[in-house]
Ligand binder design. Sequence first.
Ligand SMILES: Cc1ncc(COP(=O)(O)O)c(C=O)c1O
Length: 437
Amino acid sequence: MQPGTHQPLITMELPGPKARAIIETDSQVTSPSLPRAYPLVADHACGCIVTDVDGNRFLDFAAGIAVCATGHCHPRVVRAIQDQAARLIHLCGSDFYYLPYTDLASKLASLAPGPGPWQVFLTNSGAEAVEGALKLARYATGRHHFLAFFGAFHGRTLGALSLTASKTKYRRKFGPLLSGVTHVPYAHCLNCHFHLNYPACHLACLAHIEQDIFTHTVSPDEVAAVIVEPVLGEGGYVTPPPDWLPALRELCNRHGILLIADEVQSGMGRTGKMFAVEHFGVVPDIITAAKGLASGMPLGAIIARSQWMSWEKGAHGSTFGGNPVACAAALETIALLEEGLIENAWQIGAYLLEKLAGIKAEHPALLADVRGLGLMIGVEFQSAQQAHAVAEACFRRGLIVLECGQKAIRLSPPLVVTQAEADTALDILAEALEEME
Ligand SMILES: Cc1ncc(COP(=O)(O)O)c(C=O)c1O
């Protein structure tokens, strides 16, 4: 990249003429269900900068929804993809063996927190990993029921969608969904479901499961698993209080229920640890991963303790899951994470949080909360309209951020983000807030 090209640069009203023409054609031939947050038509990208077809440059604080962990087109990841593509593109990891699948499974098994052994099933996406985790939990326990959380996002396929409860629009008109799913409140203390304050609440949201759900509607001995995002993603980038996940783990232990940590968004170093559960000292039974795993190549994983990965030959498979090229990208991605990007996520995340706390103090009428772990940062507004307007204003200035939850925006830049880029993002956000004021 040329000197100076790591800064955003918007030279025209957006979208520019080439982008407008493509969007016009696109709108006639693609599914109208695609959410398409902004009129951004990307041409190429490098590091944290995305360049559109008209030559405008954007600083990317969304990373393809928390996917491009190593930045866009990291040269080492590109080389790993090219080398693997020249050797073997596909054979089907469900039917045959090839080294990248075995190597990646070994690596992920070694990275899983807590005592092993662990075993791995590779998928194409986060939703496919969640689907597989549901099947595995039913298979391993002989139980059929699941608990999931309000605010959760676990994917859009029918099984995963049955767990997803962040917005009704994701579920509307798609029912009936999977039977045997009960939703309970997440530890979203700022908007406590029970109007209590932490820690005086004594984790009332978990007591509700025992005292209400398990007493009146669902017998715990029929519950296969509780599925939880260790940090709520699409539902608002909410970090639960420190003792909540350990207490949830204990609740599962008491009733022989498996704990599935959905780390599709929070995993692969984004929060400053390889998996977000490590911040809480919790060892799940099953972990789902995807998004950041392969720097943008489609890949997901079910990582389960061997004791639970007990399904028989043929019970579960996938034609493309664990594709060799995606596995090669994942192995290089993990190497880069371990060589310093996880540490960088923690450092720059802490820097952003500190600066954002200052910005919040200057805009009490706009900002309700800033929070986060590593580079999974939520900025909550007083209203949904404010969140939307600020996200739009950032976009017009060349900063890409996505909304989440009811009235928040999320900052989830690539893990290669520098302090200078963080400062640029903060300046643009501050300008957007000034404009709102
Ligand atoms: C926590 C979580 N689980 C599952 C999914 C679904 O992943 P995918 O879109 O790859 O199917 C997502 C996607 O945003 C997610 O954030």
